[in-house]
Design a protein around this ligand. Structure first.
Ligand SMILES: C[S@@+](CC[C@H](N)C(=O)[O-])C[C@H]1O[C@@H](n2cnc3c(N)ncnc32)[C@H](O)[C@@H]1O
Length: 196
């Protein structure tokens, strides 16, 4: 078994265990942990780590926050609650619809937007913050796009590091968060790709 498949299996096993065992759909409206996705399954970031990630990135009302593979919209909705404009890109249309309903019901439907699309095709050039929960190979595949972002753009990842990059900070969610409770903060440096 290759390293990526091994990591993906660990990802699912750990997440399902933390959610009490079986991979079962709670309702037709709700996603379930381990639900298949195009390039990565759905596993939610725990609420305390969502807040920790946004704290680490120093998200304010001046930011434009993006999540690639935004799931049920939690990172984007939390960023919008801090006053930021925020955009989630999600491949699964049912998750996009769910995210929009949640954003509206939480009163941030204007600032928290969601589009159905492939994260590898998304225009991320205007983001000042990326808040991500993706597998290492997803992050590696996205790295050339990260290198084109403006210097100073913050990227905060749940659980996995960006290969070849040094995190500025490693943070752990407070309280009884289990699992997926460690986040990594990166600040995009000047690169060949973003110098102009
Ligand atoms: C691990 S979940 C993270 C969800 C959310 N970002 C969070 O932190 O709770 C990954 C999400 O990526 C989505 N996804 C998988 N491949 C994708 C792709 N190529 N483009 C956009 N979304 C994708 C899945 O449907 C899933 O919702």
């Amino acid at each position: 078994m290759g390293m990526v498949r091994l990591l993906a299996s660990a990802f699912l096993a750990l997440s399902v265990a933390a959610c009490g065992g079986g991979v079962a759909r709670a309702s037709a409206e709700e996603p379930y942990v381990g639900q298949p996705g195009k390039d990565v399954i759905w596993v939610p970031t725990p609420p305390s780590l969502v807040e920790k990630m946004l704290d680490m990135a120093g998200v304010t009302a001046q930011d434009y926050v993006m999540d690639l593979g935004s799931g049920d919209g939690r990172n984007i909705i939390a960023a919008a609650k801090r006053g930021a404009r925020a955009l989630g890109v999600e491949y699964d249309p049912t998750l996009v619809q769910l995210s929009r309903r949640r954003a509206a019901s939480e009163g941030v439907g204007e600032r928290a937007r969601f589009v159905e699309g492939d994260m590898f095709q998304a225009d991320i050039s205007q983001a000042t913050v990326l808040a991500l929960f993706l597998l290492p190979d997803n992050l590696l595949q996205l790295r050339p796009k990260f290198e084109q972002l403006r210097p100073g753009t913050r990227i905060v990842t749940n659980g996995y590091e960006i290969a070849g990059w040094e995190p500025k900070e490693v943070g752990v969610a407070p309280g009884d968060c289990v699992p997926w409770c460690t986040a990594y903060l990166y600040v995009v440096p000047p690169t060949e790709a973003n110098r102009n």
